[in-house]
Structure formats: C-alpha cells, structure tokens
Design a protein around this ligand. Structure first.
Ligand code: ATP
Length: 278
C-alpha cells in the first residue's frame, strides 16, 4: 500500500499528538513522541506517540504495512527518525542506539528460512545472544554457558541443544530465537510476529511461552502479532496501528470491539473478527 508523501508529514505529526492514556508516566521504559519515519517517499510512521511502562506486555496489531515493524526498529535504535523523539531506558536515541544500550534490548525478528545445511547447533545459536555482553573477542565462560542452558530449558528445547539449527521445525526455531534474545539478559524484549508461518498448534504454544516468560520475569515486552484472540488474553495493552498511525490503544477489552476492528482492517474484517472474537 502506498502511503502519503513526506510533504504531508508535519501535518500528520500533529494529528496524533500525545494520547491521554498513559503517556510519559514516571516508570515508562520506552517513550516515543510524535515519531515520523520514512523510507524514501514511503512514510511508515506519521507522528506516533507511545509510552510503555516497566513490566508491561504490549501487543501491536494492524494490517500489513501499518508500520508495526518500523515502530519496533525505533525502540532498538535501527529506525531513522525524521521527526520526533525516542527515549529507551532513560536514554535518547536520536543518533542510533549505542552498543551498551542495544544489549539491554532483546530483539526477535520475524522467522527466517534457515538453510538446513547451516553448520551451527542450537546451543551455539543461543550462545550468540551472549556476545553482545561478552564482546567478540572474549570466549564464553561457565557463567555464560549456565545462562545459555537455563534459556534452553526455559523455552523447552534443551533436548535439541546439539542439533543443527536448520533441522528444527518452525516452532522450535522460534523458541531458539527467543532463547537467543533472552540469553543477553535484556530489560526490554521486542518480538516481531513470533508466530508467523507456524501452524495453529505451534502458534498457541509460542504465544503461551511469551506469556509465561513475561509472567515469570516481568520483562517489558513489545510484540507485533496477528494473533488477536491470544493477544487479547495475554497482553496488558493493545496498540492498534493503521497507515503509520496509532488508531487506538487500551486494554484488550477497550480496543477489540467490532467497530474498531472494522475500521482497522477494512475489507479483511470478516476474517479478523471471526478470529478475534470467537
Ligand atoms: N526497508 C524498507 N524500505 C522501503 N520501504 C519500507 C521498508 N520497510 C518498510 N517499508 C515500508 O514502510 C511501511 C511500513 O512497513 P512495516 O514493515 O513497518 O509495516 P508492518 O505493519 O510491520 O507490515 P507487515 O505486517 O506486513 O510486516 C510499508 O509501506 C513498507 O512498504
């Protein structure tokens, strides 16, 4: 979908100024104010403001191209702001994200097709999550191996630790990706569609895992997802995005109403509503 051009940006920024519910409260670990991001002439975010409190599990939902992934990239410092302000863990990210901050933010990207011939074991993949803390030149020690083993256990793949990563199912690979992000012991966890391309059973299992991790570790978590029904059950708050803007946010009960979903998903609403509200 082609979005508006840059000439409309400044106006867009004012439309979506700071929402009343919960912006910039004292304990917020993520503060985004009036963020505008564009990729050449495509404007991906048009003045988004958002505050995420310590320990919150926030789901971001919306149709394709809404700007959900772009919003996540702002939090890990990979997004380029044209306008606005981003503050994460108390640090402004106007000029990217310094390494010491990046290792405090775990990022689970959308699942990639991994070549089954890739000669890397599950344990080695999870260990890669430690290198942000270790630095590339230091070898992992017993403490690092203990963290890796405990993350393998946490996500339920200890029995697969020596297997090549490409020999795992999609759901198992997603568990490993989550373990790798957690191995760096982050304070914020970002998940981009952790159930994409998985079958129904694996989708439920991964959403349950995300919820359990959140419950046991109180990790501030931001998750892009299309799993409306499960997101409603596990998230403290939902952010509804469309065309680079936040359309609504609040508790799942506040935002997952049929009228809102109709507006959000337009022609796709029949399917979405059936999934969300069954
Ligand atoms: N690297 C890029 N270069 C150019 N345009 C991009 C790039 N990444 C995203 N866009 C555009 O920015 C807009 C928002 O993309 P984004 O990936 O943030 O949306 P999304 O809501 O995550 O979509 P999806 O659900 O399909 O993953 C889209 O119009 C997309 O085409």
């Amino acid at each position: 979908m082609r979005l508006r051009r840059q000439s409309e940006i400044s106006l867009a920024g004012r439309w979506n100024s700071i929402p009343e519910n919960g912006m910039f409260n004292g304990a917020a670990l993520i503060k985004i104010e009036d963020a505008v991001v564009s990729y050449r002439e495509d404007v991906a975010l048009r003045g988004v403001s958002l505050s995420v409190g310590k320990g919150e599990l926030v789901g971001i939902i919306g149709p394709n191209g809404a700007g959900k992934t772009t919003l996540l990239t702002l939090v890990n410092g990979l997004g380029k702001l044209l306008q606005g302000r981003v503050e994460v863990l108390g640090y402004p990210l106007q000029k990217g994200c310094p390494a010491f901050l990046r290792r405090r933010i775990g990022y689970v990207p959308q699942i990639q097709n991994i070549d089954p011939r890739m000669p890397v074991s599950v344990r080695e993949v999870v260990m890669m999550g430690r290198y942000g803390r270790l630095g590339l030149l230091r070898r992992p020690g017993p403490a690092d191996r203990r963290v890796v083993d405990s993350m393998l256990r946490l996500v339920g793949v200890s029995h697969l630790a020596t297997r090549p990563i490409g020999h795992l199912s999609g759901g198992e690979q997603q568990r490993v990706a989550i373990a790798r992000a957690l191995a760096q012991e982050p304070e914020i966890l970002l998940l981009d569609e952790p159930t994409a391309a998985l079958d129904r059973r694996a989708r439920v299992e991964i959403m349950t895992l995300v919820s359990e991790i959140h419950r046991s570790r109180h990790l501030t978590t931001l998750m892009v997802t299309h799993e409306l029904k499960t997101a409603a059950a596990v998230c403290d708050r939902l952010i509804l995005m469309k065309e680079g803007r936040i359309w609504a946010q609040g508790t799942p009960a506040e935002v997952l109403r049929e009228g809102v979903l109709d507006l959000l998903f337009g022609g796709e609403n029949m399917i979405v509503n059936a999934v969300a509200l069954q």
